[in-house]
Design a protein around this ligand. Structure first.
Ligand code: FAD
Length: 545
């Protein structure tokens, strides 16, 4: 398989940006922007995608990694008898199935247990999760079921035994968010889009009060100066920063977002069985918390607190203590601060319904304008996770809100709005519901057996390469065989070969791009990532063998 190298591609892409006129210029390379670029390019529209840092460096690498309809939103739907929330859960469950089918190497079904300690909890959670199955319909992964106390303890031995009555088992999807984001960018490029990270939109260009493109500045050594890009539609997919670009467009426009931070911690593998997650159904502030096996570790989160928009939000000690407190409450296994291998925080771009109401003429899609933003510190927990599309009087299209699981649907809606408002002429209807992402076409889920047999790789490395790269894993294995076979961290499956592959085939430019978003080591274990940094840096400067 000769996958095209991206070396030299950047200069060519900047050349194209300057020369060509685009139907759609997407600003922001998170899940929403990369998904939107893929939707546009795969409909035959001339498309460019620019991201000012790395793909997924914003919220899209900092999620809980669940591909889900949202059991919590279902609970809210039931409590408030809210039909629009039911609709959102059902739509997300449909998208869950599509995401799992289109990127089967990066996403898979995961069993989750909801432990039951009170007699009344049992019918409540069982009925709720059965409703989740019903809403999923044919897209359901596996029927939810009740399991007895003994089986619950066997499945999740770390659970607090005292008072445990049993558990409800249900299924959702789980994925590698940052790798999925990179796969979306790569697939958009495969479909013809110009795709650039480290390229920021600093100005919008206008004629007669209408947006006709943007000024893009590359920030890597060797990049040209600012480039004026002509585009019939500019899509603002900048997530928590969406108000920033809207204000570049019109300094007097009201802010529409309220951001809230969500913190996760990572614990060693021993805190979860490898194949089952835990839903802690009620936290002290009336939310839910997940404890999930993820890439050979245990991920726990999340919190939900109002927070200002900032580039690199950090987890506070207070948030870490909050999460540990809940783990201790549900676990017999002692857990200490020193067990925490890594923490991170992400910002949710939540749309304020009151702001939306004031912009009614600009709203193209906001299927559920209802959920109220009542006052109080936890008000963000009740804001809509729904997506909103706005068309400014200048023609700037803003897509924001939503969630990872529904990125494809958000993208489809956004491009439909763009097509309508600029009278674009796509050559096709939307195809993304069945479009396999890069890595998925020839993927065979053999757990890496072919790589063990073909390249003599250790089983853990082979399984990791297969899950991370899908049908491209052999290319990485070949690089390993050519002399890049050492592990980057003792006991972990990451190989030197992956650094060179990330640089040459996945738009990685810095050690952080590689360690945090291509390999995920920076998210799993901060110390191990710091120890590997120098080697990664050196590998980024070598030539491919
Ligand atoms: P981002 O990922 O933040 O992307 C926006 C990008 O725009 C950034 O990369 C930024 O650098 C770039 N940008 C900004 N300004 C410019 C500019 N001027 N020029 C160029 N680029 C620019 N959803 C799920 O489905 N499942 C989950 O389990 C889940 N868990 C979550 C947990 C937490 C804690 C949070 C916060 C969210 C979670 N979500 C989940 C929601 C999901 O992660 C987000 O909805 C999604 O990642 C938002 O993606 P985005 O592309 O809109 O924003």
């Amino acid at each position: 398989m000769g996958w095209p190298s991206l070396l030299g591609q950047r200069a060519r892409d900047f050349g194209r940006l300057r020369r060509e006129e685009y139907d759609v210029l997407v600003v922001g390379g998170g899940a929403t922007g990369a998904g939107t670029a893929l939707e546009a390019a795969s409909r035959g529209l001339r498309t460019a995608l620019v991201e000012r840092h790395d793909f997924a460096s914003g919220t899209s690498s900092r999620s809980t990694k669940l591909v889900h309809g949202g059991v919590r939103y279902l609970e809210q739907a039931v409590r408030h008898a809210d039909r629009s929330q039911f609709h959102l859960v059902r739509e997300a469950l449909r998208e869950r199935a599509l995401l799992l089918a289109n990127a089967p190497h990066l996403a898979r079904a995961l069993a989750l247990l909801t432990p039951i300690y009170g007699a009344l909890e049992l019918p409540y959670y069982f009925t709720g999760l059965k409703l989740y199955d019903i809403l999923a319909g044919r897209a359901n992964l596996k029927p939810s079921r009740l399991i007895g106390r003994d089986q619950a303890v066997k499945r999740f031995p770390m659970l607090r035994h005292e008072g445990l009555r049993g558990a409800v088992e249900y299924h959702d999807g789980q994925f590698d968010d940052a790798r999925m984001n990179v796969a979306l960018a790569l697939t958009a490029a495969r479909e013809g889009a110009v795709v650039l990270n480290y390229a920021e939109v600093t100005e919008l260009t206008k004629r007669a009060g209408r947006v006709i493109g943007a000024v893009v500045r590359g920030s890597l050594p060797g990049d040209p100066g600012p480039v004026e890009v002509a585009a019939r539609v500019v899509v603002n997919a900048t997530g928590p920063f969406a108000d920033g670009l809207r204000r570049i467009d019109d300094p007097s426009t009201p802010e529409i977002l309220e951001t809230s931070s969500g913190v996760h911690i990572v614990l060693p593998a021993r805190f979860s069985p490898p194949d089952t997650g835990l839903l802690i159904p009620k936290t002290e502030d009336g939310r839910v918390l997940f404890l999930l096996p993820w890439l050979g570790h245990t991920l726990v989160g999340t919190t939900d607190n109002p927070a200002p928009v900032q580039e690199d939000p950090r987890a506070s000690e207070e948030d870490v203590a909050y999460i540990l407190r809940h783990v201790r409450e549900y676990f017999d296994l002692p857990v200490e601060r020193s067990d925490v291998l890594s923490t991170w925080s992400g910002l949710r771009p939540l749309v304020r319904p009151d702001a939306i109401a004031s912009l009614e003429g600009e709203v193209a899609t906001h299927p559920s304008a209802r959920p109220a933003a009542e006052g109080g510190p936890k008000a963000t927990a009740r804001l809509s996770r729904d997506h909103t599309i706005l068309v400014s009087p200048t023609g700037l299209v803003t897509i924001t809100g939503g969630k990872w699981t529904t990125y494809r649907r958000m993208a489809e809606d956004t491009i439909a709005v763009a097509v309508h408002q600029a009278s674009l002429a796509p050559t096709k209807e939307s195809v993304t519901s069945h479009l396999k992402l890069v890595g998925a076409d020839e993927f065979q889920d053999d757990g890496g057996a072919r790589l063990v047999n073909g390249f003599g790789l250790p089983a853990d490395v082979a399984a990791h390469l297969s899950a991370a790269y899908g049908d491209r894993a052999e290319v990485v294995a070949r690089l390993a065989s050519a002399g890049l076979r050492e592990r980057l961290a003792p006991g972990l499956p990451y190989l030197e070969a992956e650094v060179v592959y990330a640089r040459d085939h996945e738009y990685a430019h810095s050690a952080a791009d590689v360690l945090e978003r291509r390999l995920r080591l920076g998210f799993l274990d901060t110390r191990a990532a710091a120890a590997a940094q120098e080697r990664v840096q050196a590998l980024l400067q070598t030539r491919a063998p």
